[in-house]
Design a protein around this ligand. Structure first.
Ligand SMILES: [Zn+2]
Ligand SMILES: [Zn+2]
Length: 261
């Protein structure tokens, strides 16, 4: 069994990143439990060979992916709960891969509470936000390998709940840090999409969105990392073209007036 290293523990319902552990709260004194199994953790911040981390005090069967998945759910719940308590909005910004339009919403809007793994009818979303009447508002899924099941997608569609996905597979540890600290959260997908384009093409159903490798159209696309609006659009060649044309006209006019004299 390999020793799993954790970057977050939970203390009194609050996520504790390993970076918050002081020499006084190191080791067993960290008073933290595992986000996946709830068993006691040890903080190990003084080791020379390995970066600071939490580890289970006793032997455990927790797998890294399970821990990251559980930690992501916990962080989402904690962020939404904190925003509700503070009476502040928690903004989600995203770009729809199908229509390349940007959207924004406040995940706390009309929300009174938030729960993890709450059974609703036959489904059990990772995180669900609930309004003052006890009805679900949005279903949130932390995506690793599996996208939400067709059943979940259909369920959300029929009842007009938002279905929000956070894909953490590419770089789980960075994704967790972002969920913990970023002011604005960026889900990988939100359904339904309210753009005219997506309504016409019915991308609100179970159909998978086009990917980077097989885009729906080569035209509009969500900006990738390191890409900016300016580099992807064509106003620069237009400016250069106009300047060049100006120079040519000026030179032409000069020689014409010389010739006329
Ligand atoms: Zn565990
Ligand atoms: Zn769309």
């Amino acid at each position: 069994m390999t020793k799993v290293q954790l970057s977050y523990g939970i203390r009194d319902g609050v996520p504790v990143p390993i970076t918050a552990i002081t020499p006084e709260s190191n080791g067993n004194k960290c008073d933290c439990v595992c986000p996946a199994c709830g068993k006691a953790l040890q903080a190990r911040t003084l080791g020379k060979k390995r970066a600071a981390h939490f580890a289970h005090k006793a032997a455990s069967n927790c797998q890294p992916e399970t821990i990251q998945h559980q930690t992501a759910k916990f962080l989402l719940q904690w962020r939404i709960k904190s925003a509700i308590t503070d009476g502040k909005p928690l903004l989600l910004n995203w770009c729809c891969e199908s229509c390349a339009k940007n959207f924004s919403m406040d995940i706390t809007k009309s929300v009174e509470s938030v729960e993890v793994e709450k059974g609703i009818a036959s489904i059990r979303p990772d995180v669900v936000t609930i309004d003052h009447e006890g009805n679900p508002v949005a279903l949130i899924e932390v995506v690793f390998e599996n996208h939400p099941s067709d059943e979940k997608v259909q369920f959300a569609k029929e009842r007009q709940f938002n279905l929000i996905e956070f894909n953490i597979k590419a770089d789980p540890e960075t994704a967790l840090k972002t969920l913990e600290t970023s002011e604005v959260l960026s889900p990988s997908r939100v359904r339904p999409c309210h753009s005219e384009y997506c309504a016409l093409n019915d991308f609100s159903d179970t159909q998978k969105p086009p990917t980077k490798d097989s885009p729906l159209s080569s035209d509009p696309h969500c900006l990738r990392e390191g890409e900016t609006e300016e580099t992807s659009s064509g106003w620069l060649p237009v400016v250069v073209g106009v300047l060049f044309a100006g120079c040519v006209l000026r030179a032409g006019w000069k020689s014409l007036s010389k010739w006329l004299r």
